[in-house]
Design a protein around this ligand. Structure first.
Ligand code: ATP
Ligand code: MG
Length: 444
């Protein structure tokens, strides 16, 4: 992409309404525009990041054997009357009446609708286990939408629902979700720590929230630093293996890690003092086993292997796809701007032409751009007739992980400069070597 033809409405001024870094930077980098409180348009740069995050979520869910589908945003109130949640949900639910006076709502979540789909088509344990998920816009009329996309009213969420024959099978689905979420966040270049959460009125212990550590997080968190050393890395995972998934879950739930809602002083005190941390975190996901709550209320039954008709066991599992865009920035920025992890960056690298209009510089920039694209990479070439300082400031603000700088002085010696946004370190390399290096970075 050539910057001269792109739509990147960066702001020079720091917007006064933004209280935290990610919100400020998303506005300044031209990623979003507020349409009304808690509702945003995703401008081209923001949209690319949102889609990158969505793609990783899809890939990791499907690797775990979960099946994508798509349910509508608008739902009939009658389904929610069956579960009893139409009245219970309260003012966060946006209620709408259509021209035929039918009560509708903009879905805040989809337990009822997925249970309805399931009960219409599945009747036997032979079709299980099954996990269906979608990535769809949600609406919750939050009292205090704030921090940009982090607490929106309209937001993009992956929500998945497992259907299993009994509690034991459903707990394997729960573990599968925990493992796939850990992998998902790792691929995005962040660490989100599973913390035992409060299951509320449903009871039981089977819910974890995933928290990204950040000073601006809304939750207070207490943890043993041992958990921050854990990494899945390239470890192969057999999602069908109960033992494999359980082993990973055991490893990740052994160190103490809880939010203020479930915090237990005496357990925390048992952690060696030098490993105890009290900090803040952003909730970027949650997994939940809730048994037969919806299947009993809505008559979603199956015949088990003994021929008995029983309510199906379920859980629901969410990832805040749009919140992650802000959360990743909270954990990855400096005073110049965003520092995208490679897995989610809107472009793989920037190309800065220090002397636009100079025949050699223009030709080399065009060549680098073409070669990177041929190799399957997506560069952003700043071909505007601007001062070098302004070009660097834009690149630093939008946070592309790598920058290739092309200037007449370097070209005289046959080199260009490759700079890491994260470390600020630069290296002079011949054109081919710079291109090769980038291709290598993104193929590993
Ligand atoms: P919160 O406690 O932050 O209000 P929640 O526990 O009500 O969130 P869930 O129902 O668990 O949310 O939804 C799954 C995920 O969707 C959350 O972990 C979060 O990442 C994301 N999410 C929830 N509410 C919002 C919102 N208002 N704006 C953006 N993302 C959200
Ligand atoms: Mg939650």
């Amino acid at each position: 992409m050539r910057l001269s033809r792109y739509f990147l409405p960066v702001l020079k001024e720091t917007p006064a309404e933004a209280q935290i870094a990610s919100h400020r930077l998303m506005l300044r980098a031209g990623m979003i525009k507020q349409a009304s409180a808690g509702i945003y348009s995703w401008l081209p740069l923001g949209y690319k990041v949102l889609k990158n995050i969505e793609r990783i979520v899809h890939e990791e869910q499907q690797a775990a054997g979960h099946i994508p589908l798509l349910m509508p945003t608008l739902q009939p109130a009658d389904l929610w009357r069956e579960s009893g949640r139409y009245d219970a949900y309260g003012p966060e639910m946006l209620r709408i009446r259509d021209r035929h006076e039918r009560d509708m709502l903009f879905g805040p979540t989809n337990e009822e609708m997925i249970t309805d789909i399931f009960r219409s088509h599945v009747t036997s344990y032979r079709d299980l286990p099954m996990t269906l998920y979608h990535i769809q816009w949600k609406f919750r009329d939050e009292v205090r939408p704030r921090f940009g996309v982090m607490r929106g009213r309209e937001f993009y969420m992956k929500d998945g629902y497992n259907f299993d024959v009994d509690r034991e099978a459903a707990l394997h689905a729960y573990n599968r979700h925990m493992v796939s979420y850990l992998r998902t966040y790792e691929r995005m270049g962040i660490q989100a720590i599973p913390m035992r959460a409060d299951s509320g009125p449903i009871g039981g212990e089977d819910t974890h929230e995933f928290l990204l550590l950040a000073e601006t997080g809304e939750s207070e968190v207490f943890y043993d630093t041992a958990i921050t050393d854990l990494k899945l890395g390239a470890r192969p995972i057999d999602y069908d293996s109960v033992a494999d998934c359980q082993a990973i879950v055991d490893e990740w739930t052994a160190p103490y890690a809880r939010t203020d809602e479930t915090h237990d002083e005496s357990l925390f005190d048992a952690v060696p003092e030098e490993r105890r941390r009290v900090s803040r975190g952003i909730e970027v996901g949650q997994i939940f086993y809730f048994g037969t709550k919806y299947s009993e209320a809505m008559g979603a039954t199956i015949t088990n292997s003994e021929g008995q008709v029983v309510p199906v066991h379920m859980g629901s599992h969410g990832i805040g796809v749009s919140r992650l865009v802000g959360a990743i920035i909270e954990a990855n920025h400096d005073d110049k701007g965003i520092i995208w992890p490679e897995g989610v960056a809107p472009f793989h690298c920037g190309i800065v032409n220090l002397r636009q209009g100079d025949g050699d510089c223009d030709a080399i920039c065009a060549r680098i751009e073409a070669e990177l694209m041929t190799a399957g990479l997506d560069p952003l070439y700043d071909d505007r007739d601007e001062r070098a300082g302004a070009k660097f400031a834009t690149m630093d603000l939008i946070g592309l992980p790598w920058r290739i700088t092309v200037g007449p002085r370097g070209l005289k010696n046959g080199v260009v400069e490759l700079t890491s946004r994260r470390t600020g370190e630069s290296e002079e390399l011949p054109v081919e070597a710079a291109v090769d290096r980038l291709v290598q970075i993104y193929s590993s």
